[in-house]
Ligand binder design. Structure first.
Ligand code: PLP
Length: 380
């Protein structure tokens, strides 16, 4: 008999981490692998935390998080995305990662089905399975999932649809009209929506539209967001859930037993980020936008065809020109040209034949990486 939980034993480790570990110690590798801003957290945020430490703020907080931060977060959501939650309807979490786990465990029962548009971020499927549910992948060749694609996957066991836009890995998002149709499906079939909006600030042409803003959706949307990406705060591990009172009444139990509260230092850092306005964040966004524009043109030029991503800091080009699988491409490129990308297949259905590139790295290195990719393709 095994000494471990069966579900954990059967779960593969994250495909992203595998590539991350490969490049961790190598100095000559250009890594386009990890989805992380190349900015450090702005100085005023770090300074605020020094100050909070000086004042001896090193305790636990309420399980829900600092009230001041919950108030600022509610205000931020209203100002930026026109979704209105009371401060009491915000729970501060240890990153969006913990928020996803809590959201799934709060609503899923054994055998429930989770409708999961893929390719998508890697944590949803394993965490849904850990909660005893089954992930049902839906995909669309354009990577822009439609309400029809989703409705075809609905069964009597369906419990929740996970939306994650702008998307990691594709950088695409979905139009407001389609989101409204998805909302209609959720109402019709009495489904929850978990909406991971961690890249909501990083949209380049269109404004982000949250499904929580769609009429009649607030009681069935579990809105997740956090500070890692837009505010360049990955290491602080801070996120939040905005949701209905009845959901949070259950969800807080998982958080209080498993995490107790998010670190107080990180909560002060987040408070500072929100109170100081969006100035620095807008600058970072401009810089991603410039790099997005460059990568879109450069990759198409070398035969890695791709449509223009609309948000986040990823691009997900086709590698059809190489005639390799995405895993072969990523390994070959790493070995021969010392460039790390993530094979598209790790993001699920529809990801094979693509690679994910995170372009949040120095511009000169980005150019060099394109030159190396071109050399790699020509050498095949
Ligand atoms: N959700 C998505 C879509 C992500 O891409 C990531 C990180 O890459 C996360 C959640 C994790 O966020 P956090 O750092 O807040 O745990």
């Amino acid at each position: 008999m095994s000494r471990f939980n069966n579900r954990i034993e059967q779960m593969p480790p994250s495909g992203i981490r595998k590539f991350f570990d490969l490049v961790l110690d190598a100095k000559d590798i250009i890594s386009l692998g990890v989805g992380e801003p190349d900015f450090v957290t702005p100085w005023h945020v770090r300074e605020r935390v020094f100050f909070s430490l000086e004042q001896g703020r090193t305790s636990y907080t309420s399980n829900w998080g600092l009230m001041e931060l919950r108030r600022e977060t509610a205000k931020y959501l209203k100002d930026r995305f026109a979704v209105s939650y009371d401060a009491e309807q915000i729970m501060i979490t240890v990153g969006v990662s913990e928020a996803v786990d809590i959201a799934l465990r709060t609503i899923l029962n054994e055998g429930d089905e989770v409708i999961l548009p893929e390719p998508t971020y890697v944590c949803y499927r394993p965490l849904a399975e850990l909660a005893g549910a089954k992930a049902v992948a839906v995909s669309n060749p354009s990577f822009k999932i439609t309400a029809d694609d989703i409705e075809k996957a609905v069964t009597p066991r369906s419990r929740v649809i996970i939306l994650s836009y702008p998307s990691n890995p594709t950088g695409y998002t979905i139009a407001r009209a389609e989101i409204e149709k998805i909302a209609e499906i959720a109402r019709k079939h009495d489904l929850w929506i978990i909406s991971d909006e961690i890249y909501a600030e990083l949209t380049y042409e269109k404004e982000h539209y949250s499904i929580a803003a769609a009429p009649g959706m607030k009681d069935r949307v579990i809105l997740l967001n956090g500070f890692s990406k837009a505010f360049a705060m990955t290491g602080w591990r801070l996120g939040y859930i905005a949701a209905s009172d009845d959901f949070l009444e259950q969800a807080v139990k998982i958080h209080q037993y498993a995490a107790l509260c998010a670190p107080i230092m990180a909560q002060y850092a987040a408070l500072e980020s929100l109170q100081r306005g969006m100035g620095e964040m807008e600058e970072m966004k401009k810089s991603y936008w410039r790099r997005r524009n460059y990568m879109f043109e450069a990759l198409n030029k070398i035969g890695m065809t791709v449509e223009r991503p609309e948000g986040a800091f990823y691009i997900f080009p086709s590698i059809e020109c190489s005639k390799l699988s995405s895993e072969e491409f990523a390994l070959g490129l790493l070995e021969k040209q010392r460039v790390a990308v993530i094979p598209g297949n790790v993001f699920g259905l529809g990801g094979e034949g693509r690679v994910r590139i995170c372009y949040a790295i120095d511009f000169e290195l980005l150019k060099e990486s394109v030159a190396r990719m071109e050399r790699f393709i020509k050498s095949l």
